[in-house]
Design a protein around this ligand. Structure first.
Ligand code: FES
Length: 510
């Protein structure tokens, strides 16, 4: 076999076809991941690993293809001919496309290895260039292959091109299903490739208080049952619902049950010392059998794919974290640091400690004395940190954790002062043919509501995320606490209950 004069021709053809197939598979896999067709509640890291593995294997095959091109007795490519476009006389355009695709693939694969150190937008843009590389490889194969006329080759080529085309069309049709879109069940019109996020379509239901019981000092566990017979909206860990109380107040509470239970929601409500009538009303007046108006769920605190997790919860901040922990498979690496004043006041503490004795650290200042030095917390590059609790706790955690590995849910608004003095803002809209002026002393949400724009205000403090609108042009000045500013900019959204504008005009998708 080795004495066969065509041996390197066979190697070069087979390695090229295998590389092309692996590349197609890697792109398809990436599309399925980004459209969330492969991942739901759990985002197992091995799905990402398979994507990377396919890409790496493909590059090895490309290397073998290039090496065999030099060893083939007929083609005898030199190194410059292999690395410099149009340096060869043999089918120069086809070969040049292959060379450019090779450099693109190196950039895509290399940037994936250091993606946590790169700006997310830059990495994503570069990663999407793998579509272009796939297209170039298809033309490269068609223009420079020495056996393109063979039936077997034609079948394989058309299959690969067909699969890739179908996947790219699927990707365009489904969109990225970003975390906001998935959770808020946002209206995505067929004629628009960008998900429209204004206004979030938040469902409202009448739910019956099926059970309520104290589970810790000043903490009431409440089960809200859907008696209509239909299923409740799908939700994911980190989601919250809004309770519309009979006294006119609206309050948001994280869901802490099992997302698989579609007939009821579970929440835990802490009676706060400074309650303005929300938690105190619930603790005093809520009874089994009462019907409550509930809207949501919304999610500003989604569990993103990661190799391992560190959860840091303070007090009632355990509620979204509990749902996250319950959604992870047993094999996933995670740890929980749960901090509170006293064990008596820490909901789910005993349950979690019993279930996961090696993974859960409970720290109560009453029993364990001094506060934990959370500001000195450091984690491996592969660990994502999710923290929820009092502002002092989340701020301490944020000190030692790299920004891109940190996910915070705020209960109360973070104090954010505008960097530019309040000034009038001119609003125009993509669909409404009118212009509105927001005075320096009023909020954008107030003006939108007064003029009948379809926005939903709830907390009005920049915490709940209900009032989200998409910004088409102009620069918002984010003053809310819903999510990281870079995430809002990447999604192109703002929360007009508290946020304003850095530019004199904003164009909103309303
Ligand atoms: S109304 Fe809650 S974030 Fe604006």
């Amino acid at each position: 076999m080795l004495s066969d004069p065509h041996i390197w021709w066979y190697v070069t053809r087979s390695s090229a076809l295998v590389a092309w197939a692996l590349m197609t598979l890697s792109v398809v896999w990436g599309i399925l991941l980004s459209t969330r067709l492969l991942r739901r509640i759990d985002n197992p890291a091995w799905l990402q690993d398979v994507h990377r593995f396919l890409g790496g294997l493909m590059l090895i095959m490309v290397g073998l293809h290039m090496l065999s091109l030099m060893l083939d007795g007929w083609l005898k490519f030199t190194i410059p001919e292999l690395l410099v476009p149009f340096a060869t006389d043999y089918r120069p355009l086809g070969v040049a496309l292959g060379i450019v695709a090779f450099y693109l693939l190196i950039a895509v694969q290399g940037s994936s290895l250091i993606m946590h150190r790169l700006p997310r937008k830059f990495w994503k843009g570069l990663h999407y260039s793998s579509f272009a590389a796939l297209l170039m490889v298809s033309f490269h194969a068609g223009l420079s292959g020495t056996d393109v006329g063979a039936l077997g080759y034609k079948i394989l080529a058309f299959s690969l091109i067909g699969i890739a085309t179908f996947s790219i069309v699927l990707r365009a049709a489904v969109g990225t299903r970003t975390r906001r879109a998935v959770k808020a069940e946002i209206w995505v019109p067929a004629h628009d490739s960008k998900p429209r996020i204004s206004p979030p379509r938040i469902e409202t239901q009448q739910l019956v208080v099926d059970d309520l019981a104290p589970i810790a000092e000043n903490v009431l566990h409440i089960k809200l049952l859907n008696t209509s017979g239909s299923l409740l909206p799908i939700w994911y860990p980190g989601s919250h619902i809004t309770l519309h109380l009979p006294n006119g107040l609206e309050r948001q509470y994280s869901l802490c049950g099992d997302p698989a239970d579609r007939d009821h929601y579970e929440i835990a409500v802490l009676r706060t010392d400074d309650s303005a009538g929300g938690s105190s009303w619930i603790h005093t007046n809520l009874r089994r059998g009462m019907t409550m108006t509930v809207s949501g769920p919304l999610n500003n605190f989604e569990l993103e794919p990661a190799r391992d997790y560190l959860f840091v919860a303070g007090g009632i901040g355990i509620t979204p974290i509990r749902a996250m922990i319950e959604s992870l498979p047993m094999r996933r690496e995670w740890k929980l640091v749960y901090v509170g004043r006293s064990r008596r006041a820490m909901a789910f503490a005993e349950e979690l400690k019993q279930l996961y004795p090696d993974r859960v650290l409970i720290h109560s200042t009453e029993e364990d004395g001094a506060r934990l030095a959370l500001d000195r917390l450091t984690v491996a590059e592969s660990t994502h940190v999710y923290t929820c609790g009092p502002e002092s706790l989340t701020q301490s955690v944020a000190i030692g954790i790299p920004h891109e590995q940190l996910h915070v849910e705020h209960f109360t608004p973070v104090l954010r002062l505008p960097q530019i003095p309040d000034a009038a803002v001119q609003l125009s809209f993509t669909r409404a043919r009118q212009q509105l002026t927001v005075g320096a002393d009023e909020s954008i949400l107030e003006v939108l509501e007064r003029n009948g724009m379809p926005v939903l205000g709830s907390c009005r403090k920049g915490v709940c995320g209900s009032c989200e609108v998409r910004v088409i042009s102009g620069t918002p000045e984010h003053l809310d606490s819903v999510m990281d500013d870079s995430d809002k900019d990447a999604l192109g959204v703002m929360y007009p209950c508290v946020s304003r504008a850095k530019t004199p005009e904003l164009v909103l998708d309303l």
